[in-house]
Design a protein around this ligand. Structure first.
Ligand SMILES: Nc1ncnc2c1ncn2[C@@H]1O[C@H](COP(=O)(O)OP(=O)(O)OP(=O)(O)O)[C@@H](O)[C@H]1O
Ligand SMILES: [Mg+2]
Length: 388
């Protein structure tokens, strides 16, 4: 059987092998389901088999081996191009993306040889055509991977500069009035408070950013767990947020044993991100409810609930991805779309998890499940993400 025919008729077996390989590309692959892992591989393969059947000139052959082959339609991205873009948004790095193509090539050739084809001139010619088409697909994928990565970086820098400008302009304006007022000794406390608030917001944006950037250089988030009472940590953070938002009700309910072993600062950060979101995006006329559940011997569950528009199931999971901001609520506030990402990383660094549920009856609830006794982690909790 010729190679292109073999690819078409053995597509399932080839994809199975590639899928098994893609699953070893941890950690990016760890959060992907089966369908996502094979997503466009099937279409890439079909396009290659089809391409091998088309007659081609010598010029086309040379162009293709350099990734400049002819296109069926200039306006429609090829399967390989889509595959490359998706791999960038899924957190794969460039080596992992290229490795998938190596796996695809190796699987095809291995399975074809295993079927002991007769190797005449035509078959060898087909093998050459196959390699040229693979090179073309790889070049398309990598180009789109790089474009997508550059786009993500630009969006990120754009959002960052935009978001830093708001608190910074408050600081500058308030500093101006401080200078003027200091001559007359008027309005000093209010202006000083605005300077402080703007400065603190910039500080918190930069802290989030630092956590995110560290993830890119593989430093990761370390947790230093100590014995503490999760209830007390939450009470403290609720007290602070309540002082910042006296107009909003934040209600705490606790049950069971809340003594555990975890990183106090990181847990406070995660809970503060969740309550901050509930205040920002939740309905202003209902309390934010924080529920702590220590009934289980092995875990402590922290849930933050608010009323407001239901988050659709399609967008729910993506909210935990970095730089993702939903459409709901706050249009003017400062945000980078890193809050929930950091919440999830903190939960995972403790060996726990973060999730969300949302319905019209029960409202929106974000949950952190923590093992009662988290161990110190030496591995990067951010390892799933690389900055491109
Ligand atoms: N409690 C909530 N209710 C409704 N939507 C929410 C809630 N929490 C988060 N979201 C949605 O999820 C998106 C991502 O949240 P996340 O905390 O990661 O980023 P952000 O709040 O936009 O920015 P940052 O936290 O970095 O300042 C938000 O933009 C918002 O649309
Ligand atoms: Mg947030």
């Amino acid at each position: 059987m010729g190679l292109s025919e073999f690819i078409t008729s053995h597509q399932e077996a080839i994809l199975e092998e590639c899928e098994a390989f893609a699953q070893t590309l941890l950690p990016a692959a760890a959060k992907m389901n089966k369908a996502a892992l094979r997503d466009h591989a099937a279409q890439v393969l079909a396009a290659i088999a089809l391409d091998m059947k088309q007659p081609q000139t010598r010029l086309e052959q040379r162009e293709k081996s350099q990734g400049n082959g002819p296109r069926l339609n200039d306006n429609v991205p090829t399967a390989a191009e889509i595959h490359g873009s998706l791999r960038a948004t899924d957190g794969f790095d460039v080596n992992q993306t290229a490795a998938e193509y190596r796996a695809l090539r190796a699987s095809v050739i291995r399975l074809w040889f295993a079927s002991t084809p007769e190797l005449g001139r035509d078959e060898v010619f087909e093998l050459v055509r196959f390699n040229e088409a693979m090179d073309q697909a790889l070049a398309e994928s990598l180009l789109h991977f790089a474009n997508e990565a550059a786009h993500m970086r630009n969006v990120f820098l754009g959002v960052l500069s935009h978001e830093l400008r708001t608190p910074l302009s408050t600081i500058v304006a308030s500093a101006h009035s401080l200078v003027l007022a200091s001559r007359l000794q008027k309005h000093l406390p209010a202006a000083a408070e605005r300077v402080l608030r703007g400065g603190k917001r910039i500080e918190s944006l930069l802290n989030d950013l630092l956590d995110y950037v560290r993830s890119g250089i593989g430093e990761g988030m370390r947790v230093a767990p100590v014995a503490l009472d999760v209830g007390l940590v939450c009470e403290k953070i609720i007290g602070e947020l309540q002082a910042l938002h006296p107009e909003r009700g934040i209600v705490l309910q606790s049950r069971g044993e809340l003594a555990g072993v975890c990183d106090e600062q990181r847990i406070a950060q995660a809970v503060s991100n969740l309550i901050g979101n509930a205040i920002k995006y939740g309905s202003p006329d209902a309390d934010v409810q924080v529920a702590l559940d220590g009934d289980d011997d092995n875990e402590i569950v922290i849930a933050v609930r608010n009323r407001g528009p239901v988050i659709s199931s399609a967008t729910r999971d993506s909210l935990f991805e970095p730089l993702v901001r939903g459409v709901s609520g706050d249009k003017t506030g400062v945000s980078l779309g890193l809050g929930l990402y950091i919440v999830r990383e903190i939960a995972q660094a403790h060996g726990g998890s973060a999730s969300v549920s949302s319905s019209a009856e029960d409202g929106t609830e974000f949950q952190i499940r923590l093992p009662r006794h988290a161990g110190a982690n030496e591995v990067s909790a951010f390892a799933g993400l690389r900055m491109h």
